[in-house]
Design a protein around this ligand. Structure first.
Ligand SMILES: *Cc1c(COP(=O)(O)O)cnc(C)c1O
Length: 439
């Protein structure tokens, strides 16, 4: 008699044993266990099942510098949603009119921060094509963030197919002009209505598109602000200063840290952000743009707000060095922009040593005192490459040459090289063209 095939009743749940150190190997283990759950009863994410429901009350596209754009709340006509349940897995993905979600007050996300997200942009190139920038990295990181907080796994390449479909549908209307971009916010939340603390039994993956000003880009400053600083919407004067004079950073206080080894600072989860808003508010009130997050009694420099942080300096031996905090202990987020800056400088600037190691605020102060500090900048999708002019560190003011009017040529060159790829002025594998659809 032939042996009977045994179908497991429920997928084996990923164990956390190997991930406690948050090593790469640990993450790989949990990912492979989550993806290959093996049960035919549970559907995997499948882009070919996509359902499209057109928005019959479409909005107007607004001008790049309009108040609606500065509100950062002006979305495109549609959103992408996919429901997941423990019993049936991923349901058919949908592109449908953008609108409110309906969730029970007991939903896990409202109580236990079971939320993760991504931040990306779709760019309309000067060759007319729409591109995403290294989107496979975002898809993979989205998966890593989700599994870190017990949200369901998915094949990242299926997610990427869905994302491209969504961009393909919205781009003709919402990113129509060469040089324009729109911000994409993939999100996943646990939706199961149950107050008990447990692994989520239901989840929702959704993606929206938001029109955004190019913060930190001089060409994107609203005309009203250029004419008279202090008028216009809330963020505009800051944007003007950011663009013209550089980002001002306030180093975090000794009694507030963003992330710690073995924590979740390397996952893009909402839980990393809520607790930083008190410090962020204090920074704004004191005339700074972002908090520069330090770690430990040594005052290790980690990252700045939602951006990774780089310093360009001369070493005591006279070498030019680009330095940024290392990955590995889980304290910083592995930015796509960070990886791209490192790659680009390593390939194109043999005159610059590129170093990923722990470094301290005291080293920055000393370099400044000895006239070795050249530039510092934040690197991330939202603020792109933002040169820094000042850092306030517990009573000490560190001025970068930018504060005295020396242009940040290094950061500018990186910004231009990346822009050329994003907007198709340079053909590069990092710029992934999206096929557009007439709807
Ligand atoms: C998103 C994010 C970054 C930047 O990542 P990119 O992939 O370059 O956009 C850096 N730090 C934190 C904490 C972030 O959330």
């Amino acid at each position: 008699m032939a042996p009977i095939a045994v179908t497991p009743l429920s997928p084996p749940s990923p164990t956390l044993d190997n991930t406690s150190k948050l090593t790469k190997a640990g993450a790989e283990t949990i990912l492979s266990k989550t993806i290959s759950n093996g049960s035919p009863a549970v559907a995997d994410l499948d882009a070919s099942k996509l359902i499209f429901t057109r928005n019959l009350s479409p909005k107007n596209v607004v001008a790049p510098n309009s108040p609606e754009v500065w509100s950062q709340n002006y979305t495109s006509d549609h959103m992408l949603t996919v429901r997941w349940t423990e019993q049936s897995g991923w349901e058919a993905p949908e592109i449908r009119p953008y609108g409110p979600l309906s969730l029970m007050p007991t939903a896990s996300v409202f109580h236990y921060a079971t939320e993760c997200f991504e931040g990306m942009k779709a760019y309309r190139g000067f060759d007319g094509k729409v591109r995403l920038f290294r989107p496979e990295r975002n898809a993979r990181r989205f998966l890593q963030s989700a599994t870190r907080i017990a949200l369901p796994g998915f094949p990242p390449e299926e997610f990427l197919k869905l994302l491209k479909k969504f961009v393909g549908v919205e781009a003709p209307k919402w990113v129509s002009e060469p040089g324009q971009f729109i911000y994409l916010r993939p999100t996943m939340i646990a939706t199961a209505p149950a107050i008990g603390i447990q692994r989520p039994r239901e989840a929702l993956l959704y993606v929206m598109m938001v029109m955004m000003p190019s913060l930190g880009d001089p060409s994107a400053v609203p005309p009203s602000v250029t004419a008279s600083a202090g008028t216009g919407s809330g963020q505009a004067p800051e944007a003007k200063r950011l663009a013209a004079a550089g980002m001002r950073l306030l180093a975090s206080r000794h009694d507030m840290i963003r992330a710690w080894p073995g924590g979740f600072g390397s996952a893009k989860v909402g839980a990393n952000y809520g607790p930083t808003l008190v410090a962020q508010g204090e920074a704004r009130a004191r005339g700074y743009d972002q908090i520069l997050w330090l770690f430990g009694d040594e005052c290790f420099v980690t990252e700045a707000g939602g951006s990774n942080f780089f310093v360009l300096w001369k070493t005591a031996q006279g070498r030019t060095e680009l330095i940024t905090a290392p990955l590995g202990d889980g304290v910083i987020l592995e930015g796509v922009t960070r990886a791209s800056v490192l790659d680009l400088v390593r390939r194109t600037r043999p005159d610059v040593d590129v170093v990923e190691r722990k470094f301290t605020m005291h080293e920055i102060v000393q370099a400044a005192d000895q006239g070795r500090l050249i530039e510092a900048f934040g690197a991330g999708t939202a603020f792109f490459i933002s040169p820094c002019s000042d850092i306030h560190f517990r009573g000490v003011d560190v001025s970068l040459p930018l504060a005295k009017g020396v242009t940040a040529d290094f950061a500018r060159a990186i910004r231009q090289a990346l822009k050329d790829i994003m907007y198709g002025s340079q053909q590069h594998e990092w710029g992934v063209v999206v096929e557009e659809e007439k709807i």
